[in-house]
Design a protein around this ligand. Structure first.
Ligand code: FAD
Ligand code: SF4
Ligand code: SF4
Length: 400
């Protein structure tokens, strides 16, 4: 950070909470505009400027190879694997690999702070970003807050705290903005641990989803759209509820997702050093994508605490994706018995491992492409990255 940067920061002012953001209804509330880094919003905001390829080259040393379909789907990578903790963290979203890496980095003195997101005391789903400086604070941030989360709202505190080595945990839209302002933060080293992210919602949208889908919305602690084609809800009493995707009330739920997330093409968090999700791994395992040497350094810290296996890929997603496009458009909802039957059938013969991840990426990218084409036709060309155009180009889409 230069003296001029510092002066710019002093002059710029965060927007007031609740005021309209520069990306208007497309804002994913990433938090940047809650800080004086709003000064850089035009070039940083994922919904005003899409420049993933340029940032990939800067951060990973190359951008996606457009002749390699694996790069279209999973981004720049050195290594991929399935992994799970030998001793899972109780109450983590999966086995707690993300929280474990963060704790190791802090306790080994590799970083001085970790940007992560806890929830407020009053509401387990209301995000509250913090800079954690001890194990307890990181553990209090475990589990997904399945709502738009202003993780970058703590950026001003970094400069003020004088921290020089930092880990940021976040999802794609947050990380694109972060990478764009990275050099302005005054850090010696930034580590980025990402998770994939899709279909996120505002807090009000989450309530509608829970009310429409779960038998007991008020006791849901967490949920996940799983590889067995069911939504798994975990409840307060430890019980699990499973609802087949095909039985979801698509008509009611169509407008529940945030416009940002219906326009998002960074499902796999292209700009993180290391990505930890689940969708490319067998059921019960987590999926790890190492994008560069920094990501490998982060993963090496915890490998002795993990069981690992190579990634696998089985089945063929293409027909299922093609058929799902008109079904989604018409808002088809199957009766519950048929949805369960369909779930069992697809689970037996359906795509597994990396092919399941491709299935999920294809379904979301085709839906999002149509959404942008219908609602923001003037943005379509520049906003959709080239790799996403190739993915969508494999399918026949309805004329808008
Ligand atoms: P934990 O150890 O439980 O840690 C979770 C971490 O996530 C915490 O550090 C917390 O700070 C951070 N976090 C929680 N909520 C948010 C948020 N809203 N924004 C930013 N950071 C947050 N993976 C897939 O493979 N496919 C998907 O479709 C998919 N969808 C997701 C949708 C959302 C909204 C989110 C937040 C994550 C999604 N993931 C997806 C990632 C996956 O659900 C797990 O978060 C990941 O595998 C890490 O699990 P863990 O047990 O290691 O995490
Ligand atoms: Fe600002 Fe982030 Fe919203 Fe873009 S997405 S307008 S950078 S808060
Ligand atoms: Fe951000 Fe995309 Fe996740 Fe929405 S789906 S919160 S835009 S990364």
């Amino acid at each position: 950070m230069t003296a001029t940067d510092s002066a710019k920061h002093q002059k710029s002012k965060a927007l007031k909470p609740g005021s309209r953001r520069p990306a208007k209804e497309l804002c994913s509330e990433c938090g940047l505009c809650d800080t004086y880094y709003i000064h850089y919003v035009k070039e940083s905001c994922a919904f005003l400027t899409q420049h993933i390829a340029e940032l990939e080259a800067e951060i990973h040393g190359r951008s996606r190879n457009l002749n390699n379909p694996d790069d279209w789907y999973f981004g720049v990578s050195q290594n991929m694997m399935a992994a799970r903790k030998k001793e899972p963290i109780e109450g983590a979203q999966w086995t707690g690999i993300v929280s474990t890496i963060a704790i190791e980095m802090l306790e080994k003195g590799i970083v001085e702070g970790v940007v992560c997101v806890q929830n407020t005391k009053e509401d387990r789903f209301q995000p509250m970003p913090i800079i954690a400086t001890n194990r307890e604070e990181i553990l209090a941030a475990k589990v997904n807050k399945p709502t738009l989360s202003p993780n970058l709202s703590v950026l001003e505190q970094i400069e003020k705290s004088g921290m020089k080595r930092l880990l940021v945990i976040g999802v794609g839209c947050q990380i694109q903005a972060l990478r764009t302002v990275e050099k302005k933060l005054g850090l010696e080293k930034l580590y980025v641990l990402g998770t994939p992210c899709v279909d996120n919602v505002s807090r009000a949208g989450l309530q509608k989803f829970l009310d429409t889908t779960s038998r007991s919305p008020e006791t849901v602690v967490s949920y996940e759209f799983m590889q067995d084609f069911k939504v798994h809800f975990k409840h307060e009493d430890g019980s699990e509820e499973k609802v087949p995707f095909f039985g979801l009330n698509t008509k009611e739920l169509k407008d529940v997702f945030a416009p940002s997330c219906l326009s998002c093409f960074d499902y796999v968090n292209s700009l993180a050093d290391l990505v930890v999700g689940y969708m490319g791994a067998p059921f019960g395992w987590q999926w790890i994508v190492v994008r560069n040497d920094t990501g490998q350094e982060m993963l090496d810290l915890v490998t002795d605490q993990l069981n690992t296996q190579p990634v696998m890929s089985k089945g063929n997603r293409k027909e299922a994706v093609q058929q799902s496009i008109p079904a989604y458009e018409k808002g088809v909802t199957l009766p519950m018995w048929a949805a369960k039957l369909m779930g069992v059938f697809i689970e037996r013969i359906g795509p597994k491992g990396l092919e399941y991840a491709r299935f999920s990426i294809d379904s979301h990218f085709t839906r999002n492409y149509l959404y942008v084409k219908r609602n923001y036709p003037e943005k379509l060309e520049a906003h959709v990255p080239e790799y996403a155009k190739r993915i969508v180009g494999q399918y026949k889409l309805p004329d808008v």
